[in-house]
Design a protein around this ligand. Structure first.
Ligand code: C2E
Ligand code: MG
Ligand code: MG
Length: 573
């Protein structure tokens, strides 16, 4: 025992205390009220590694700077109470900092003077576990990079910092070109190994102050504090692109990928995390569309609509948060019996002071600024849940048709979102129809094929919306598992008087019949059109004639009426 102070009046008590401290086998320190060491058990002295220099030293001297204030507070607290106070500190030991929990207990040493007994417990194991858990919650398991949640923190910190010191930063969205092909052809283990190497190479191109996060399959985001000049961003992006262009040697395979990068700069291209990420994403898609392996910096003028739309775009971000979007449901009826077979969910924006805004106005913009992913996921989930209620009211199966935009379709998380929608609603896959346009299939056929196969496995059907207005190639009808063609209103409008429309509709109906596809005629407004389509084998009708897009409660009322009429008809027979 290294006893420093021998107070005659309490010598016996001290000796007893010292023996106890030794017997405990712990690292124990006796401190005066100011936290200076009076004595230490052998274990305590060994721990700090300087037995001879302990005398009169403040214990805080042996604590790492970050926790000295915590120790001082804990000492004050302990001195002022009769309760033990715990504090976690890193003690400086000859073997490096050691996480230790100190339990501080004050006691009266002499009348009018209190001392503090500090008992230390090594918690480095527990601390390492906590650190590991914290790391797991904020990092991607595959690459060890920060995950989306930590990225979000870092962007928020960068915004706060930029506002404080008036210095901007940039956000880069990266997506690997050609990664999917590797993953599909060689399997996930090789894909994973490639991602790990890619993550390392990308990190190596960045500075210590930068953050590189993995936010999805082959999607990364970099936050670059201080980098606001396009030339500087170009330089960094070129390093990243270069690092991805080198071949990857993975388990005996020599693989080639690349990366496309989109950049958004704070505050010009967005003053919030959501906007910066969405705009960097938009720019990245632009980079992909215009040749891959390049950087595109976001540009309000080029990527969004004219001036008045900028305020609309800002309003849209707000509207998502405020829940101003809603879905209308338009009945789709059987062309022979006129019975309702399903509904198409059509999005509306109830903009305060402006009434309902048409999707024709806001969907292209949402597609451009990336909000469509959020809106689309919401629409899919709500529509599935809603149609289950319709089914309950109608007492029979009904399907729901949901529009999917190209950007949603390209989103890696789309399948998960769909699964979640079905799980949430309990809707059977066969009762969900996803409407896509021909262009989606042609722009990335391999991705489309994989996704459609996964959907078929879930019994979810695919319809080609606005059929006849897109690409002229019909090859995709052969290649992809398509269930339904929706004949565009442009060909229905002048039925049955326009000879050309009659010819086009007849060809489409005949084609669909040979390929065993269901047909829906869009935009049917009058009885003549209905009769023509019904006679020529069109399966389903959608249009103002048989029902306008309705609020959910109006659609329910319609279903109630319909089932009542059916009951009356059956009773009358
Ligand atoms: P669409 O999918 O082709 O939807 C059919 C459009 O025709 C709807 O326009 C509908 O209201 C309208 N319509 C239906 N019957 C008639 C009719 O008899 N006469 C006329 N003149 N029009 C009729 P809406 O609701 O304005 O939607 C426009 C487009 O916006 C949709 O075209 C679709 O491409 C897109 N859209 C709507 N909701 C969503 C959505 O949730 N997600 C995505 N990605 N796109 C959506
Ligand atoms: Mg549609
Ligand atoms: Mg359509």
């Amino acid at each position: 025992m290294f006893s420093i102070r021998r107070d005659r009046s309490s010598a016996i008590a001290k000796v007893q205390l010292d023996s106890l401290m030794e017997a405990a086998g712990d690292a124990v320190f006796r401190l005066n009220a100011r936290g200076h060491i009076l004595s230490a058990s052998r274990r305590g002295a060994d721990l700090l590694g300087v037995p001879e220099a302990l005398e009169g030293q403040p214990l805080a001297e042996f604590v790492l700077g970050g926790e000295q204030a915590a120790l001082a507070t804990a000492l004050d607290e302990a001195a002022a109470s009769n309760q033990p106070v715990r504090v976690k500190v890193r003690l400086k030991t000859p073997l490096g900092p050691l996480w230790t929990e100190l339990q501080l207990m004050a006691y009266p040493a002499t009348p009018g003077e209190r001392e503090v007994l500090a008992v230390g417990r090594d918690i480095s194991g527990q601390h390492a576990t906590e650190e590991r858990l914290r790391h797991m919650a904020t990092h991607d398991a595959l690459t060890g990079l920060p995950n989306r949640s930590l990225l979000s923190d870092r962007i928020r910190m960068a915004i706060a910092q930029a506002r404080r010191v008036g210095k901007g930063f940039s956000v880069l969205a990266l997506d690997l070109d050609g990664f999917k092909k590797v993953n599909d052809a060689l399997g996930h283990p090789i894909g994973d190994a490639l991602l790990r190497v890619a993550a390392m190479r990308l990190s190596d191109t960045l500075r210590d102050v930068d953050t590189l996060a993995r936010v999805g399959g082959d999607e990364f985001v970099a936050v670059l504090p201080g980098a606001v000049a396009e030339a500087e961003i170009q330089l960094i992006a070129r390093r990243m692109i270069g690092s991805m262009q080198l071949p990857f040697d993975i388990q005996g395979h020599t693989l080639y990928v690349g990366t496309s990068i989109g950049a958004a700069i704070f505050p010009e291209h967005g003053d919030s995390e959501v906007k910066l990420l969405a705009h960097a994403d938009t720019a990245m898609y632009r980079a992909k569309e215009t040749g891959k392996g390049r950087l595109t910096v976001f540009n309000h003028d080029k990527f969004t609509q004219p001036e008045h739309d900028v305020s609309m775009e800002a309003a849209m971000f707000q509207a998502v948060r405020d829940g101003e979007f809603l879905l209308n449901y338009q009945p789709i009826v059987d062309a022979r019996t006129r019975q309702i077979m399903g509904f198409e969910a059509l999005m509306r924006w109830n903009r305060p002071g402006q009434g309902l805004v048409s999707p024709a106005q806001f969907i292209p913009m949402a597609e451009n600024n990336g909000l469509i992913n959020l809106l689309g996921a919401w629409a899919l989930k709500s529509a599935c849940v809603q149609v289950r209620r319709f089914q309950e009211v109608a007492g029979r199966p009904l399907y729901v048709s949901v529009n999917v935009s190209p950007r949603q379709f390209r989103n890696d998380q789309f399948l998960d979102i769909m699964d979640e929608a079905m799980k949430l609603s309990g809707l059977d896959g066969s009762q969900l129809l996803l409407e896509i346009t021909e262009g989606i299939l042609m722009s990335d056929p391999e991705h489309a094929e994989a996704l459609l196969t996964a959907m078929t496995a879930r019994n979810v059907r695919i319809a080609i919306d606005d059929f006849g207005t897109g690409y002229s190639s019909l090859a995709y009808l052969k290649r992809f598992p398509i269930a339904t063609l929706k004949i565009d209103r442009a060909f229905i409008k002048d039925l049955p008087t326009s000879v050309k429309d009659v010819a086009i509709c007849n060809v489409v109906l005949s084609l669909a019949s040979h390929l065993q596809l269901t047909t829906v005629a869009e935009g049917v407004e009058n009885e003549d059109q209905f009769q023509f389509l019904s006679r020529h084998g069109c399966g389903l009708i959608q249009g103002y004639l048989t029902g306008r897009p309705l609020l959910p409660e109006d659609a329910m009322a319609l279903l109630r009426d319909e089932s009542q009429q059916t009951r009356h008809a059956v009773a009358a027979q």
